[in-house]
Design a binder for this molecule. Structure first.
Ligand SMILES: [Mn+2]
Length: 275
């Protein structure tokens, strides 16, 4: 028998089903006001405690190690799926609970799809390959993207790579507690716009990372919330040329009062990997 009480009770309105809500409504009785409070926990979660930061740091370190592993194994001649499965097996061997999301390995024109699934296609020489993956450690996610070359590239691919790298570094430098998410997004977007690729950067600059791979806060054109010390966000501009190639470079960072502490350490200048 549930004791009848009065007052206000917050409930999680983003995931609670209608059926569960009706059951809750019955259980708490008429004297209780149910208040949608789905953003409450996410807002609390957006500022990480030291123990949470330690887990995220370990997850980011493991992702760094995975990029070194990819570098040691080469890309040319392997299928995208082979590379993705190999890295996911290896991260588990080294202590990850899981990948923090299905790994993306996308070569050539397939890289122009920001959320590409790895295919049973062999990776060719002389193209670009986007690798976007993360590891889960103690329940906490990491997220990192690097774009590799597999040989000689056309000038346009090199120019786009340098543009994305500049946008990534300049927007990283714009991060500190107090800046709005949309202001950081604008730093990268303005640079990419000015180079004539505004229409080829079709997603937000970044997102919060924690227990979930996508959580608060956002770095996007509509993100008015100011960043807070202890937020953990990605910074991941991309340029995608349909039918040709894509470039994305992503670091995971902790927002601090005076800047961004970058947790992703794998080098960002263009690296060429052979077989
Ligand atoms: Mn990401």
């Amino acid at each position: 028998m549930v004791e009848r009480v009065s007052g206000r009770v917050g409930f999680e309105d983003q995931h609670l089903t209608v059926r569960q809500y009706k059951r809750l409504r019955e259980l708490v009785g008429d004297q209780v006001e149910l208040v949608p409070a789905g953003g409450l926990v996410e807002d609390l979660r957006a500022v990480k405690e030291p123990g949470e930061l330690q887990s995220i740091r370990e997850a980011a370190d493991l992702a760094d190690d995975m990029y070194e592993y990819i570098q040691s194994r080469g890309l040319v001649g392997r299928t995208e799926r082979e590379v993705a499965l190999d890295v996911e097996r290896e991260m588990r061997e080294r202590g990850a609970e899981d990948p923090s999301f299905p790994s993306i390995v996308a070569s050539g024109a397939h890289g122009a799809l920001p959320h590409a699934d790895p295919r049973d296609e062999r990776i060719a020489a002389n193209t670009l390959v986007i690798v976007d993956m993360g590891c889960r450690v103690d329940g906490y996610c990491s997220d990192c993207t690097r774009t590799f070359a597999t040989g000689d590239l056309e000038d346009e691919a090199i120019e786009v790579y340098e543009l994305v790298l500049a946008a990534q570094q300049e927007s990283l430098a714009a991060i500190h507690a107090g800046v709005e998410g949309r202001e950081v997004d604008a730093v990268a977007r303005n640079l990419i716009d000015a180079a004539g690729h505004g229409e080829h950067f079709g997603h937000g600059l970044g997102h919060g990372v924690g227990l979930e791979i996508h959580e608060a806060p956002r770095l996007a054109q509509t993100a008015e919330a100011a960043l807070t010390s202890g937020n953990v966000v990605t910074v991941e501009p991309g340029v995608y040329l349909p039918g040709a190639f894509g470039v994305r470079i992503e670091d995971l960072v902790i927002v601090r009062d005076d800047g961004a502490e970058v947790l992703s350490h794998f080098p960002k200048p263009l690296i060429t990997l052979g077989a």
